[in-house]
Design a protein around this ligand. Structure first.
Ligand SMILES: CCCCCCCC/C=C\CCCCCCCCCCCC(=O)SCCNC(=O)CCNC(=O)[C@H](O)C(C)(C)COP(=O)(O)OP(=O)(O)OC[C@H]1O[C@@H](n2cnc3c(N)ncnc32)[C@H](O)[C@@H]1OP(=O)(O)O
Ligand code: FAD
Length: 627
């Protein structure tokens, strides 16, 4: 079989130990074992099939999502899976659902912003799935501007309660995942009002639905906000709308780790920075960076395997056409994405460490690294999700027409992934946060503080910041330029963390050599992409730019024989890839043909509607012709 032989031949060319690279990609032998076991558990469970998703109505799609979530929970209990294994299960089930927000936002918010007492009360209920929560911050009128939220939480000293209210249409909660049809509770962000004084935005735990009949509680209007981009995609998630009509909650349901309201209605600030109210967003942003490396690697795996199977033009002496992966244009589009997937994997590992380090410091009342953690999570979430969304689309194009078929897996992957550029912070808004952080950092440089980082990349950031700060115009006036400096800063971090990864002990024949090649490809690709920055800031000369480009081409040739092995190292099952083009066995054409006939349109030879609408036209034309 052509495809199968092609991939077998490609795998025989590998110049490194693929099994050791699998460990590097997974992070450890333990993580690889868990990931491999759980991915196969999911792949072999018919309840978790994914191939019908794009053919179901919204209601059937959502019901099937609930069925999968219930089955996942049942399997977690039956098999006594750990939280790590359960998270892997959620990852390989590969379907946005309310569980993401319950486990990924509602619980972390209570852990990060609740007092000890509040954690003791609410976390056992949440962990046992006795309540299902969501994160209700965004409103119809405000998403980026959190301080602009309009929902009110007014303290009533008569009854020792908060009155939660939606004063305007634009104050309706809008977008929270899991809210529309499933969640029984929410952390609701609203303006704390005491004695008519507005104390800004805080989090409040509010019950939304009855635990008996799941009906909305009095004063609660709640529903789904409607279909989103694509047919399957994110429509498995019930992003919701929620309005409050003077709903009362006990005072102890305001999350009070940051600020407390006493029985007398006095606001007391604790010793932690008020920005901890934003803490969940930092946590999710570092998770999203990890998710970016997974989504990009998935698309690259499909496009790389298909590029090795697909032959087009270039008849060779043996009468066989050329593999498209051998074209330099294909390599110059595909290999930087392969390098980016590895780069994002390693910066995601570092970001996870940074987040854990910040949290440990918070326990010791050391808040010194919180600003850096915010800037890094915000900036890297922006950089990696934008690059990944663009990268998935590029992988679709790298697969030609077949990449546009749902059976390629790429349209669905794109449709599910692209909101990552918006949720958890619009990517431009987040880069502006990085710009603010850089301006502060540059202003402190006079105090003898020296920036650290790779010279050329560091020089680019410094020069871009100096130019902008030297102009001394207002932040808003310069914001488009400052975003450019923020991107440069984040790219510096990605390259630096890749280099640091290479300084670790990396076992396995040829493994370190391949990672060095990928690191150089990423660094030189970014340099090539932003050549104007590097030249205009004098960081490199035109001659050096030309040498860098030549080196990049040479690196592509180095990676070429290892490309299939480098994507095999992601260790993805065919079930997870869900792609005829990315099959491990390369058996593309027979499977493409087979998949086509499964489409419901082929249930009948003559399609519904033909006799009713088209045949009369033809008959009329025939009658006209005889006249
Ligand atoms: C057993 C079952 C198994 C199942 C297992 C499942 C496991 C799942 C696990 C994980 C899944 C993870 C989920 C991944 C998928 C995600 C799905 C989608 C989720 C989407 C959710 C959302 O979208 S939630 C809403 C997100 N909204 C935003 O991000 C809003 C963006 N806007 C902002 O962040 C802020 O408004 C702003 C920063 C842009 C502006 O802030 P502000 O108005 O206050 O003004 P300033 O700019 O002046 O900031 C003031 C001050 O605060 C500092 N600061 C700002 N933000 C932060 C922060 N986040 N942290 C710390 N500090 C911050 C800022 O730097 C300023 O400081 P100064 O010192 O004054 O300069
Ligand atoms: C799939 C999905 C799931 C979501 N899940 C949740 C959830 O579970 N919980 C929740 O609370 N929210 C959720 N959200 C909402 C999400 O967090 C917001 O959409 C996001 O924060 C962006 O805010 P916005 O929609 O108001 O966009 P806006 O901020 O209105 O952005 C619109 C445009 O204005 C620009 N802009 C805005 N402010 C500035 C500025 N200061 N300077 C320059 N340009 C600016 C932006 O760059 C963008 O181009 C979800 C959204 C999506 C799409």
């Amino acid at each position: 079989m052509a495809g199968f032989d092609d991939l077998a031949s490609e795998r025989s060319k590998a110049q490194f130990d693929v099994e050791e690279m699998k460990v590097i990609w997974a992070g450890s032998r333990h993580t690889l074992e868990v990931s491999d076991r759980i991915s196969r558990l999911v792949a072999n469970d018919p309840v978790f099939r994914k191939d019908t998703r794009t053919m179901l109505s919204r209601k059937d799609l959502f019901k099937n999502t609930l069925r999968k979530a219930a089955h996942a929970w049942k399997r977690i209990i039956e098999l006594r899976l750990s939280e790590e294994e359960a998270a892997e299960l959620r990852f390989y089930v590969d379907e946005p659902a309310f569980m993401d927000l319950h486990w990924g936002m509602f619980i972390p918010t209570i852990k990060g912003q609740g007092t000890e007492e509040q954690q003791q009360k609410w976390l056992p209920l949440a962990y046992k799935m006795k309540i299902i929560g969501c994160y209700a911050q965004t409103e119809l009128g405000h998403g980026s501007n959190v301080q602009g939220l309009e929902t009110t939480a007014t303290f009533d000293p008569q009854t020792d309660e908060f009155i939660i209210h939606s004063p305007t249409l634009t104050s309706s909660k809008w977008w929270p995942g899991g809210l529309g049809k499933v969640s029984t509770h929410a952390v609701v962000y609203g303006r704390l009002i005491i004695d008519s004084k507005d104390y800004g935005v805080n989090g409040f735990i509010v019950q939304l639905r009855s635990l008996d009949d799941h009906l909305p509680l009095p004063g609660i209007t709640i529903g789904d906000i409607g279909m989103k981009f694509g047919s399957g995609a994110y429509n498995t998630m019930d992003n919701g709308v929620l309005r409050f009509d003077h709903v009362r909650i006990p005072r102890d349901q305001m999350l009070m780790r940051v600020s407390q309201v006493t029985r007398e209605g006095k606001l007391v600030q604790s010793n932690v920075p008020w920005q901890l109210v934003y803490g969940t967003m930092v946590y999710v942003r570092q998770k999203i960076v990890s998710d970016a490396s997974c989504a990009l690697s998935r698309a690259v795996c499909i496009a790389t395997r298909y590029s090795a199977v697909r032959r087009q033009f270039g008849l060779q002496s043996n009468g066989i056409e050329t593999q498209v992966i051998d074209y330099k244009t294909q390599q110059s589009r595909l290999f930087p994405l392969l390098a980016s997937a590895y780069a994002f994997r390693f910066v995601g590992e570092w970001l996870k460490w940074l987040y854990m380090d910040v949290n440990q410091r918070l326990q010791a009342s050391d808040f010194s690294t919180l600003p850096e953690a915010h800037a890094c999570t915000a900036g890297l979430k922006s950089l990696t999700t934008s690059a990944t969304a663009d990268g998935i689309e590029e992988c679709r194009k790298l697969c030609g027409g077949h990449g546009y078929l749902c059976s390629s897996g790429l349209p669905e992957l794109f449709a599910v992934y692209i909101p990552a550029c918006t949720y958890e912070g619009d990517n431009i808004v987040l880069l502006l946060q990085v710009a603010r952080f850089l301006i502060k950092t540059v202003s402190q440089l006079g105090s003898g503080k020296e920036p650290v980082g790779t010279t050329v990349y560091m020089g680019r950031v410094e020069q871009l910041m100096q130019c902008h700060c030297a102009v001394q115009k207002g932040f808003l006036e310069l914001s488009a330029d400052l975003v450019q400096a923020a991107v440069a800063h984040c790219q510096l971090i990605v390259v630096s963390k890749f280099i640091e990864k290479l300084q670790q002990d990396i076992p396995g024949k040829g493994v370190k050599g391949q990672l060095e090649a990928l690191c150089n490809i990423y660094a030189l690709f970014i340099l090539h992409k932003h050549l104007g920055d590097f030249l205009s800031t004098g960081c490199i000369t035109p001659k050096q730019a030309s040498l860098a480009n030549a080196q990049l081409r040479s690196l592509y040739s180095q990676v070429r024989p290892n490309a299939i092995a480098l994507v095999d190292a992601f260790n993805y099952t065919d079930h997870y890839l869900s792609s005829v083009l990315g099959r491990y066995d390369g058996n593309v054409y027979p499977k493409l043909y087979e998949e086509a006939w499964k489409d419901p349109l082929n249930d009948s030879v003559v399609p519904d509607g033909y006799q009713e609408y088209i045949q009369p036209i033809l008959k009329q034309q025939l009658r006209n012709a005889r006249l």
